[in-house]
Design a protein around this ligand. Structure first.
Ligand code: GTP
Ligand code: MG
Length: 171
């Protein structure tokens, strides 16, 4: 059959935001794992959509591994940035990491799409995706297409909308 276009994506965000859970849910059910543990370093994952074949670098969000992220900026064609919408205390840390990556020379002048997942929407403490985008000041991003989706990675809600947007950006 037709070979799908290959796309390299970086999945970033603080530890415990739900990156690995999201990527796992995007795989076919027979390829999903049941027990998800904190990522050490990074993990390379693959999933397909109707027209694209995604290779995802699922990075650890733990502080001691965040210095690895920048080594993969050059080769990525899109970024998925995951936020724990219930973690109000660390929203400012997520914003700092986002600002740092947006200003990195390997990303700064590239129009690569950034998909934000305001994850853990099922939790009682979660703020809305509009509130997350305000706290992260996403309206300041002028040089890259971006989109934010509310998601519940445990149920898989909101993930398809995000990936559909990403696919449209990459066509
Ligand atoms: P690191 O690999 O350490 O950077 O973390 P991560 O961003 O990959 O987070 P991970 O996917 O390991 O999820 C962390 C915890 O959050 C796990 O216990 C998940 O089950 C839980 N979790 C992920 N998504 C959701 C969600 O949408 N809602 C709720 N309630 N829990 C979630
Ligand atoms: Mg992980």
């Amino acid at each position: 059959g037709l070979k799908k276009k290959e796309v390299h994506v970086l999945c970033l965000g603080l530890d415990n935001s739900g990156k690995t859970t999201i990527i796992n849910k995007l795989k076919p059910s027979n390829a999903q794992t049941q027990d998800i543990v904190p990522t050490i370093g990074f993990s390379i994952e693959k999933f397909k959509t109707s027209s694209l074949s995604f290779t995802v670098f699922d990075m650890s969000g733990q502080g001691r591994y965040r210095n690895l992220w920048e080594h993969y900026y050059k080769d990525c064609q899109a970024i998925i940035f995951v936020i724990d919408s219930s973690d109000k205390l660390r929203m400012v840390v997520a914003k700092e990491e986002l600002d740092t990556l947006m200003n990195h020379p390997d990303l700064k002048h590239r129009r690569i799409p950034i998909l934000f997942f305001a994850n853990k929407m099922d939790l009682r403490d979660a703020v809305s995706s509009v509130k997350v985008s305000q706290l992260l000041m996403l309206e300041n991003i002028k040089d890259k297409p971006w989109h934010i989706c509310a998601s519940d990675a445990l149920k898989g809600e909101g993930l398809q909308e995000g990936v559909d947007w990403l696919q449209d950006q990459i066509q």
